[in-house]
Design a protein around this ligand. Sequence first.
Ligand code: AMP
Length: 343
Amino acid sequence: MSGRAIGGPAQGGPTASGPTASGSAADGPAVVGSAPLVLARTKAELASARAGLDLRNGPVVLVPTMGALHAGHGTLLRAAGALAGPDGSVVVSIFVNPLQFGPGEDLDRYPRTLDDDLAMCASTGVSLVFAPSAAEMYPHGQPEVTVDPGPAGQVFEGQFRPGFFDGVLTVVLKLLHLIRPAIVVFGQKDAQQLALVRRMVSDTDAGIDVESVPTARDADGLATSSRNRYLSAADRKVALALPRALSAGQARAADGASAVLSAAQEILRSEPALAVDYVAVVDPRTFTAVRPDHGGPALLVAAARAGGTRLIDNVPLVLPAGPGGGRLSDAAAEGRARDAADD
Ligand code: AMP
C-alpha cells in the first residue's frame, strides 16, 4: 500500500513530512502516526488503500460517521474490530454529508475535529479512514439520482427533516460501493436510519451484513452525540428529561404500549423547556406506530429540542402480547390510521 505522511493539520490534507511519517509517495493516501492507519482524502487514494486490504484474509468492516467522534462512535469502532477479527480490517468514513442537511440546519457549524478523530481511530486499530471533501463525493454538485427511502423514511425523522433519509441512504450507498465492505456497522441510537439501511441493503441485494451496536450514554443518561457539545449546562439539564422519559417508558413495558407511552409523556410534560417533536412506540422495522395490543419487540422513540439543539433517542422494548389499552399519541394514532388504510 502506498503511503504519504501527514505533518500539518489533518483538516487541511496531507503534507509531505512529519515526525510520525511513513512512506513518501507523491499522491498516495496518508499514513498517520506509528499505527498502520491510512488516511484517504480522495476516491483514488481510497481505491489504492482499499486494494491493500484485499491482501489480508479477513473481512473489511465499515463504520460510516460524520466525525467529531465520541464514546458512542468508540463502541462502534470496537465492535467493528471484533467483527473484523485479527485478519480483517476496519474502515471508518468521516464525512459531513451536505445532502442530509436541510436549509437552516447546522451543516456549517457541525463540529469537524479530524485530528482528534484520527487519534481515536489509530488507538482502536482502524486500518483506513476515508475523509473526502464534499466536492470529492459530489463532483457534479447535487446528484440527480438519489435513493428514495420509501414509506418508513417519510415518518418521524423523515417528517421533521424532509429529504434527510434520501441524503443518508444516498451517501451510504456510495460508501458501500466505494469501500465494498463485507460488514457495515451502525448505532442503534439512530434506529430509523438503521432500519432504513437494512431495508435498502435488502431491497437492493447489496449483499452486505448490517450489524448494530447499542446506544452509548454518558453517566447522566444522555446518549452521547456530536451535537451534545452545543448544549449549555442549563440546556443539558433540560435535555436529560429525554432519557428519563425513555427509561420511565421502558420500565412499563410489561404493561403494554399505551402504558409505556403514557409514562414517557408524563415525564416529558414535566419539563416544559424541552420542545418535543415526537414520542411514539413503533415497530423497529417499519417505524409504524404499534397497536395497543402489540406484542413482541418494539422501540420507544423520541426527538426533542433543548435550547437550539435537537436530540433523538430511543430504547428497545419487549411488549407482552395481549390487550394493551390506553390512548396512543397523535403519531401513534396516525400510524394506526395508515396501517388500516394499507390493509
Ligand atoms: P454520526 O457520526 O452521528 O453520523 O454517527 C455515526 C454512527 O455512530 C451512526 O451509526 C450512529 O448511530 C452511531 N452513533 C452515534 N451516537 C451513538 C451513540 N451514542 N451510541 C451508539 N452509536 C452511536
